[in-house]
Structures are given as structure tokens and as C-alpha cells.
Design a protein around this ligand. Structure first.
Ligand code: UGA
Length: 450
């Protein structure tokens, strides 16, 4: 059975969700207030870099339509998904203004009873609030369901079609709405995921809890890595041994490095901490999780300075080859990227000559698509954005690897070394073992990897 689905918000989640549903044969209308984005999509172009998305967009184009107009967007809707952004406010709380205004517009434009699925990550109680907002603008019946998304950037299409689980939060009497959503997903995904049906608030909390727990694993391993670094213990062996415990699991987030970034973990942790504060509960672990992640920038900076000092070099005199800008590989997203934060620190800390290369953020999209942070703006004269890795490494004194792109994992280290002036390498994602770097002629630092 195929459905007419309207998705509000053509951002990262809305667009991926829409294109994947369209690929499975559903008729999708994507509504977004951003005219430029809609124009690009109408021309068959994806506004974001996500592996496989452009191809899938082309393949599924006949099942997709795009509009900035809610009346138009909701005309044939059998079900509506809300997938608009919930950014952080200054106090850490989630900013709900976009979900609220989307809900008002849905209420004003809907022409029949509707099931509204909220996929935007939003604090506990938001589902109920949205239902009230929509219901206040319409005479038709509204059923709001929470269906949190668990897609990872870089592997979002795979994650969409092969979900571990689908969480559906609904009111007890909304069984029809739940059945509809289950039918849509069952006729779309390619595996047989478990459906977990809960009340709306539990579903909302599952999303925050999952992201916070994953981030906690990362800060745990990074804090341990700093100790292992002092003890000459290889943290990759430690993580491997831990993952062999089925209670921890092979997919645990235990890769030590420069820490987490992106549009989800930092924002969601702040929002949960803010929610805790509002209800008189200090979330002490999560406060530390974010602090440890922030501290990794200083730790990485000290590693760079240590290696330079050992070789009688000064940061202000050397040419730095800086590899990676995105918050993780396989995405052009630089939001809350630890790589960018380290770049800011290097500039503020005296570096004067940094040649940067990222396989997607710079070369394919051009510099203009990379949001230069306020802190970096002051230092633009010190930065050179290169089109190739060779260009960035040429005559460099030190390589700083900040994002573990596949292209970096497969570099010919000996050939790169030959192009450099000095042989220093700081591997902040533990891509290479120290032995391997040393065999290729490098003097190196990494995060507790032998
Ligand atoms: C994360 C969650 O994994 C998704 O389930 C969720 O849907 C999404 O947030 C969201 O809320 O929308 P994402 O931020 O795309 O997905 O990327 P992850 O693969 O989770 O990585 C997050 C950060 O953690 C990256 O900066 C990555 O480099 C870092 N990381 C990850 C580590 O430092 N170590 C690890 O072992 C794993």
C-alpha cells in the first residue's frame, strides 16, 4: 500500500526521510519555507552532501514534489511528518519556534482529519503541545505521534532502510494512527525492525537518552585515553577488549579521538541538562560529558605543541597541514565540528600558516559553502583552503589529522613525507598506529595508540 505523505522541513532529516519514502513508492510532498532550497530540489539537486542521496533523489524524482506553500503541501496529505530544526537557545534549551510555527501553519491549512508525526528532536511534552497548537487552528481531528529519528549523517540512507527499531509514542486511544505508521514503515524499510509503542513522553525521552548515552560512551573513552596516554597503554586495545563483552557490544561508541560534534549530540545534551534544571534535577554525568568533550581541544593543542617543542619548532613559524573540517567523515556538515574548534584554537594560539584540506567541505562545495565561524573570521589571512591533499602537505612541517576521512586512511605516507619540509604528524583520530607512522619516517603523536 502506498501513501500520500507530506513532510514539513527539507533539512537533513526531512529530505532524507522524504527521498527514502519516495524511493519505496510513496508520493511525497516536501514543504520548506526556504525558497532557494525548494528551487534547488525542483531542479533535482540535493542541497546537502549525504552519500547516495543525490542518486536516490534522481531515481525517485517522479514521486516527489516540493513547495513553500502549506495549502499546496497539505492538499493530498494522508499523514504529515514534522522534521524541522530545534536548535539550542543561549541557555541550552531547545528552541521550539520552528516546530511551533510549522504546527500553526499545518492547523491553518489542513483539510481533513490528520495524523501528524513529530520527528524533530524536542523536549518531553512537545508532542502534546503541538497537538494543542494544531487543534486550536482547525476543526478537523488531529492525532500527534512522536517517532524519533535515529539516522546518522553519512549513513542516513542505510539507517533509514535498516533501522534497529522504530519507536512510536502515541496516546492510548490513537491505535489507528499507530497502525497507519506501522503500515507505512513496514511497506518501506528493508528489514524487519521491532516496533516499540510507548506513550508520547517516553518516546521523546528515548531519543534524548540514546544520544546522551552514546555521547557519554565517547567522553568515557576519551577521558580514559588521556590516562592511557600517560601510562603508554593502547586505548584501541582497551576498546576492542571492552566491545567483546556482549553487554557493551561491538558497535559501542568507544573510538577515542578528538571527540564528538555535529548538530545532534552537543545540542541534545544541552537541552536535556536544561530540562533537568527546569525540573530541579542536575544531570551531573551529562554536564561532565560535555565538559570532557570541550577539554579535548586543549588536549589536542597540547599534543601539537609538545611534538613541535620536541623538534625545536615554534607554532608561529611552521606550516601546518590541517586535514578534515567536517564533524565526522562522509558529510559536509561542519556544525559544532571539533576540527573547526581546534582550528580556532591553533589560530588563537599562534599558528600563522595553516593549509587546510577536506575531501568534501572544501574541494567539492567550494569555500563559500563552509560556514566560517566568528572566531575563525578574524584569522582568515592565516588559512589557505587547498583543493588537494598534496597541495596541503607540500612543504608542510606538521600534519594535523582532525577528521578520519577514508581518503586519509589510505594515503601513501612515505610519498606524503617526501613532499614535506619536516616529518611531524599528529593523528587525532587514531587512524594510524605510531609504529606505522614511524616506519614511514614520521615523528608522531596520537591519542594513546601504540
Ligand atoms: C547521532 C546519532 O548517532 C543518531 O542515532 C541520531 O539520529 C543523530 O545523532 C540525530 O540526533 O539526528 P550523528 O550526529 O549523525 O548521529 O553522528 P554519529 O555517528 O553518532 O557521530 C557523532 C559524533 O561522535 C561525531 O563527531 C563522531 O566523530 C563522534 N564519535 C562517534 C566519536 O568520537 N567516537 C565514536 O566512537 C563514535
Amino acid at each position: 500500500m502506498k501513501y500520500n505523505i507530506t513532510i514539513i522541513g527539507a533539512g537533513y532529516i526531512g529530505l532524507t526521510t522524504g527521498v527514502c519514502f519516495a524511493n519505496a513508492g510513496h508520493k511525497i510532498t516536501l514543504v520548506d519555507v526556504d525558497k532557494e532550497k525548494i528551487k534547488m530540489l525542483e531542479n533535482g539537486k540535493s542541497p546537502i552532501f549525504e552519500p547516495g542521496l543525490s542518486e536516490l533523489l534522481t531515481e525517485s524524482f517522479s514521486n516527489l514534489s516540493f513547495t513553500t506553500n502549506y495549502d499546496e503541501g497539505l492538499k493530498n496529505a494522508e499523514i504529515v511528518f514534522i522534521a524541522v530544526t530545534t536548535p539550542s537557545k543561549i541557555n541550552g534549551e531547545a528552541d521550539l519556534s520552528f516546530v511551533k510555527s510549522a504546527s500553526e501553519s499545518i492547523g491553518k491549512s489542513m483539510k481533513s482529519d490528520l495524523v501528524i508525526v513529530n520527528r524533530s528532536t524536542a523536549p518531553i511534552g512537545t508532542g502534546k503541545m503541538l497537538e494543542k497548537i494544531i487543534q486550536s487552528k482547525t476543526k478537523y481531528k488531529v492525532s500527534v505521534i512522536s517517532c524519533p529519528e535515529f539516522l546518522r549523517e553519512g549513513t542516513a540512507i542505510h539507517d533509514f532502510f535498516y533501522p534497529d527499531r522504530i519507536v512510536i509514542g502515541a496516546e492510548k486511544n490513537d491505535t489507528k494512527a499507530v497502525e497507519l505508521l506501522e503500515k507505512i514503515y513496514s511497506s518501506t524499510v528493508k528489514n524487519k525492525p521491532e516496533f516499540l509503542v510507548t506513550d508520547i513522553k517516553s518516546a521523546e525521552m528515548i531519543k534524548y537518552a540514546s544520544n546522551s548515552f552514546l555521547a557519554t560512551q565517547i567522553s568515557f573513552i576519551n577521558e580514559l585515553a588521556i590516562l592511557c596516554d600517560k601510562l603508554n597503554v593502547d586505548i584501541t586495545n582497551v576498546a576492542k577488549g571492552m566491545k567483546m563483552d556482549s553487554r557493551i557490544g561491538e558497535k559501542a561508541f568507544l573510538n577515542a579521538g578528538l571527540g564528538y560534534g555535529g548538530s545532534c549530540f552537543p545540542k541534545d545534551i544541552k537541552a536535556l541538562i536544561a530540562l533537568g534544571k527546569k525540573f530541579g534535577k542536575k544531570l551531573q554525568i551529562l554536564e561532565k560529558v560535555n565538559k570532557i568533550n570541550d577539554s579535548l581541544i586543549d588536549f589536542a593543542f597540547s599534543k601539537i605543541k609538545k611534538l613541535l617543542r620536541k623538534n625545536n619548532l615554534n607554532l608561529s613559524e611552521v606550516k601546518v597541514c590541517f586535514l578534515g573540517l567536517s564533524f565526522k567523515p562522509n558529510t559536509d556538515d561542519t556544525r559544532e565540528s571539533q576540527a573547526i574548534k581546534l582550528l580556532e584554537k591553533l589560530c588563537a594560539g599562534g599558528a600563522k600558516n595553516i593549509h587546510i584540506y577536506d575531501p568534501v567541505v572544501v574541494r567539492k562545495n567550494g569555500v563559500e559553502n563552509f560556514v566560517i565561524t566568528k572566531k575563525l573570521k578574524k584569522h582568515m589571512a592565516k588559512l589557505l583552503f587547498c583543493k588537494t591533499l598534496d597541495e596541503a602537505c607540500n612543504k608542510a612541517d606538521i600534519i594535523v589529522l582532525a577528521t578520519e576521512w577514508e581518503e586519509f586512511k589510505t594515503i601513501d605516507l612515505a610519498a606524503i613525507k617526501k613532499q614535506m619540509k619536516t616529518n611531524l604528524f599528529v593523528d587525532l583520530r587514531n587512524v594510524f598506529s605510531k609504529n606505522h607512522l614511524s616506519e614511514s619516517g614520521f615523528d608522531s603523536e596520537n591519542i594513546a595508540r601504540e
